[in-house]
Design a protein around this ligand. Structure first.
Ligand SMILES: *[C@@H]1O[C@H](CO)[C@@H](O)[C@H](O)[C@H]1NC(C)=O
Ligand SMILES: *[C@@H]1O[C@H](CO)[C@@H](O)[C@H](O)[C@H]1NC(C)=O
Ligand SMILES: *[C@@H]1O[C@H](CO)[C@@H](O)[C@H](O)[C@H]1NC(C)=O
Ligand SMILES: *[C@@H]1O[C@H](CO)[C@@H](O)[C@H](O)[C@H]1NC(C)=O
Ligand SMILES: *[C@@H]1O[C@H](CO)[C@@H](O)[C@H](O)[C@H]1NC(C)=O
Ligand SMILES: *[C@@H]1O[C@H](CO)[C@@H](O)[C@H](O)[C@H]1NC(C)=O
Ligand SMILES: *[C@@H]1O[C@H](CO)[C@@H](O)[C@H](O)[C@H]1NC(C)=O
Ligand SMILES: *[C@@H]1O[C@H](CO)[C@@H](O)[C@H](O)[C@H]1NC(C)=O
Ligand SMILES: *[C@@H]1O[C@H](CO)[C@@H](O)[C@H](O)[C@H]1NC(C)=O
Length: 742
């Protein structure tokens, strides 16, 4: 049966160059390498998956076994330098540099499973705990004991261990210790390890310091970035332990190093893994080392949280799509760095300025906007002196330095407006001079004002410091990658203009705190929330924690309206996933949708067959013949996608009760009139924790008209709980891509 999901899989496979398994190694560049193979002896790094070592092993069975693949294939003396990593936890295998001829030889050996070329992967505060309802000394944060006893592992650019955010005041000794190459390891920072040959765990980039302190930085009072955003800095789980695995330097992030980091994190026994990086959109799970490695982590009880990617708002741009990952999208928070443009006509336009100018001149300056010089590509010219230039942000380093130059040589300031795609998402940038950033709408209003004034437009720039309770918030950030996939991303959390720890080294931008944006920043927020839940419920499976986070999330903002996207339209499920994370509710979800390794194995059989099972699950006692094939829509996921077929389509879900004592839940289904959606049974009663019940959801109806999909919700409501799942009904026959937003 060619269901809509088959179509989706095919479409995704079309974007990967090798949909067949005819080759024993999968590589988008393989063909061209093979074409040049005869001539080329260049080494290339490969990740090799092999079967477990045969019985009766020697002293170091894995290492010997891995070497045995290489011994006769490459010169012995070069083995040491060519074997990059040996893996036993993420899977059995190794990373090695080989020529194509050597690769052919190795791949013919008994025990060889697959080879992947080493890939370069994408990289993707003070206030966010409060925005998420976490307040010191009260309520859920203290009930969760700030994440005490939980270990969050991060795969990132290393860590600036001496930072105040990593002090261990009030933090008990860890349950397990990882190895630490930093002098400052303590009860907070319990592991710091570099998986980059010849490098230590120190953070040259700032990225890993930022993500670590977001997840679990300790309280630091008086944090600010050059005086803005002043407050107490804290991570989401400020008492949790941190283990850093350095897997990249100089923005060069290799899958072989990520697997080595996963390997160490699994050995060390971390509870939650935070990966602010990702493989490319549409990668088949059995060709994607992160999906494969994270499956091992998940099967050992570790929840793996990943970034959705920064390729939005393009549809179908989400990375890290495997259902065993928790994939996080980016939203704004209710804080801004206020600046206003007061116009000559008495009106004003609100903007933001990360560089807050003290005592600015309140004098009116002429405004200058020219289509020709719209990117501020002005040459030095007396016509710009004393004027406020209005320019469109093109997000380039070249523009940043041009702007600093222009203002340095006589312009009174620059108003930089977002392009249409960015809309209301302003990524606050430190220009270190008079620059006010405004939304696309703000830019339009300003240009309209200039056009209406016969060259007599004028304005002054006013700075108003850090603003809180800014509305609307959250708003999905333009860069945040979009679905669909199964239903990905899963969740939205803060990722715009996040202020946390930064290495204090050289220069103005560097430390001790910094403000940056991206789905990289979202990931540790969600990891921190997962750690808080894990602290309260140490025995919950990764899928249970994930379900709890998804079904309790918010789909409305603080005043009861829909969460918006970067154009201030109502955000959809492919923008936000289930909704915006709500930590306090996530700890008490009522019902959860659990998933075991066997459930995922059945899904992998449906999707990829035995070869996928052998690559991802790697359990020789499981074969697809023995497993029920689980279609993606039937996977016990906390969100529900149903194809609209000519007849009724039914999906089943099994929920596990995780509340105390007795509870009765009734369904509440919200669907458009053109559809019939029925949940059976309509009422479920539970008498004890751990009890499971299965229900089915049937959808029938006419076609969706012009819509490619509609989204609604199904909730199970008890006296204490609302367990909400988005339901996406997808028109069959058409493309499964979501309709462009109106
Ligand atoms: C918050 O609580 C922690 C631990 O109880 C304490 O160390 C810290 O100083 C508090 N911070 C503020 C701003 O009250
Ligand atoms: C962006 O603006 C800068 C400064 O005007 C210019 O040098 C650069 O070429 C522009 N880049 C793009 C991609 O438009
Ligand atoms: C506005 O200024 C531009 C360039 O300085 C000039 O070409 C144009 O004629 C002026 N328009 C009016 C109405 O003064
Ligand atoms: C300036 O900031 C104050 C305090 O945060 C706020 O009440 C006021 O509305 C702001 N003014 C403008 C023009 O944004
Ligand atoms: C919620 O969204 C509405 C518009 O959709 C907006 O007017 C309101 O200010 C928002 N509330 C908050 C708390 O952001
Ligand atoms: C920022 O600007 C100030 C004065 O305008 C200057 O002294 C300082 O060096 C600048 N910092 C950087 C990093 O450019
Ligand atoms: C392999 O699967 C079997 C059957 O479900 C299970 O009992 C066994 O624990 C699994 N082995 C590993 C190593 O996970
Ligand atoms: C769903 O559950 C019903 C009733 O238990 C069962 O008859 C049906 O086969 C199930 N469907 C799937 C796809 O598992
Ligand atoms: C739960 O319900 C069962 C049967 O309905 C009853 O026997 C039991 O006393 C109830 N337990 C509590 C704690 O209310």
């Amino acid at each position: 049966m060619a269901s809509f999901t088959d179509l989706l899989v095919q479409l995704l496979l079309l974007t990967t160059l090798f949909p067949t398994l005819a080759l024993s190694y999968i590589n988008s560049a393989t063909t061209s390498i093979h074409q040049n193979a005869a001539k080329s002896s260049a080494y290339r790094a490969y990740i090799m998956l092999v079967q477990p070592p045969p019985l009766n092993p020697g002293e170091d069975p894995h290492h010997q076994w891995h070497k045995s693949f290489l011994s006769s294939s490459l010169a012995g003396d070069s083995m040491k330098s060519r074997l990059l990593y040996s893996y036993t936890e993420v899977f059995n295998g190794f990373a090695v540099r080989l020529t194509v001829a050597e690769l052919d030889m190795v791949s013919k050996k008994p025990g060889f499973v697959r080879a992947f070329p080493d890939q370069t992967l994408q990289l993707m505060t003070t206030h966010t705990p409060e925005f998420l309802g976490l307040r010191n000394g009260t309520g859920f944060w203290s009930q969760a004991d700030y994440g005490k006893g939980v270990i969050i592992g991060l795969l990132d650019s290393g860590i600036y261990a001496a930072h105040a955010s990593f002090n261990d005041h009030g933090i008990p000794p860890p349950p397990a210790k990882g190895s630490c190459d930093a002098a400052q390891c303590n009860n907070k920072l319990i592991g710091a390890k570099s998986l980059i040959a010849g490098d230590d765990s120190d953070d040259e980039e700032g990225h890993g310091t930022h993500t670590s302190s977001t997840a679990a930085g300790n309280f630091v009072t008086g944090a600010s970035y050059n005086g803005v955003g002043t407050g107490t800095a804290a991570g989401i789980a400020p008492s949790a332990h941190i283990a850093m695995y350095k897997v990249w330097v100089a923005r060069d992030c290799k899958s072989s190093a990520i697997l080595a980091g996963l390997e160490e994190a699994i050995k060390d026994g971390v509870d939650v893994l935070s990966l602010s990086l990702g493989s490319s959109t549409g990668a088949s799970f059995d060709q994607d080392p992160i999906s494969i490695g994270a499956f091992s982590a998940m099967s050992k009880g570790i929840l793996v949280v990943c970034a959705a990617g920064n390729s939005g708002p393009t549809q179908r741009s989400v990375a890290n799509e495997a259902p065993w990952l928790l994939t996080a999208a980016a939203g704004s928070v209710d804080r801004s760095f206020g600046a206003n443009i007061h116009l000559g006509n008495g009106k004003s336009i609100e903007g933001e300025a990360l560089t807050q100018i003290a005592n600015p001149s309140l004098k009116l300056h002429s405004l200058l906007y020219s289509e020709k010089w719209r990117y501020c590509n002005y040459d030095y010219d007396s016509s710009i002196i004393g004027k406020i230039l209005v320019c469109k942000d093109n997000k380039s380093k070249a523009q940043q330095s041009k702007i600093r130059n222009i203002v340095g040589t006589g312009a009174a300031g620059v108003v930089l407006f977002n392009d249409e795609i960015s809309g209301y998402t302003t990524i606050a940038t430190d220009y270190n001079c008079s620059v006010v950033q405004v939304t696309a709408a703000g830019g339009e209003a300003l240009i309209a004002y200039i056009a209406s004034t016969d060259n007599s437009s004028a304005a002054s720039l006013a700075y108003n410091g850090t603003q809180f309770s800014v509305r609307p918030a959250p708003v999905v950030a333009s860069f945040s990658s979009r679905g669909p996939s199964i239903l990905k991303p899963d969740i939205v959390a803060p990722g715009l203009n996040i202020l946390v720890a930064w290495p204090s080294k050289t220069g103005h931008e560097q430390g001790p705190f910094n403000i940056i944006s991206g789905t990289s920043m979202v990931t540790p927020h969600v990891s921190g929330v997962a750690a808080l839940i894990k602290g309260i419920h140490p025995n919950w499976s990764p899928a249970t924690i994930k379900s709890a986070i998804l079904t309790t999330s918010n789909i409305i903002n603080g005043t009861g309206d829909s969460i918006l996207d970067e154009q201030h339209r109502k955000a959809g499920v492919y923008d936000t996933g289930a909704g915006h994370v709500n930590p306090a509710r996530a700890a008490d979800p009522g019902l959860v949708y659990d998933l075991s390794v066997i459930d995922y194995a059945g899904y992998i059989c449906w999707l990829l067959g035995d070869s996928g099972l052998a690559t991802i699950v790697r359990n020789s006692s499981l074969t697809c013949a023995k497993l029920p094939k689980v279609q993606d829509v039937q996977l016990n996921y906390p969100t529900i996608t149903v194809p609209l077929t000519s007849t009724q389509f039914t999906v089943n879900r099994t929920v596990t009760y995780v509340g105390p004592a007795n509870s009765t839940f009734k369904t509440k289904v919200d669907v458009p009139r053109s559809l019939t959606v029925r949940a059976v049974p309509e009422t479920m009663s539970f008498s004890k924790t751990g009890e499971k019940k299965t229900f089915s959801v049937s959808v029938s109806g006419h076609d969706l008209g012009k819509e490619l999909y509609v989204e609604r919700t199904l909730s199970w409501v008890s006296e204490k709980h609302v367990v909400r799942s988005p339901v996406v009904v997808v028109a069959i026959g058409g493309d499964t891509a979501p309709a462009p937003s109106p």
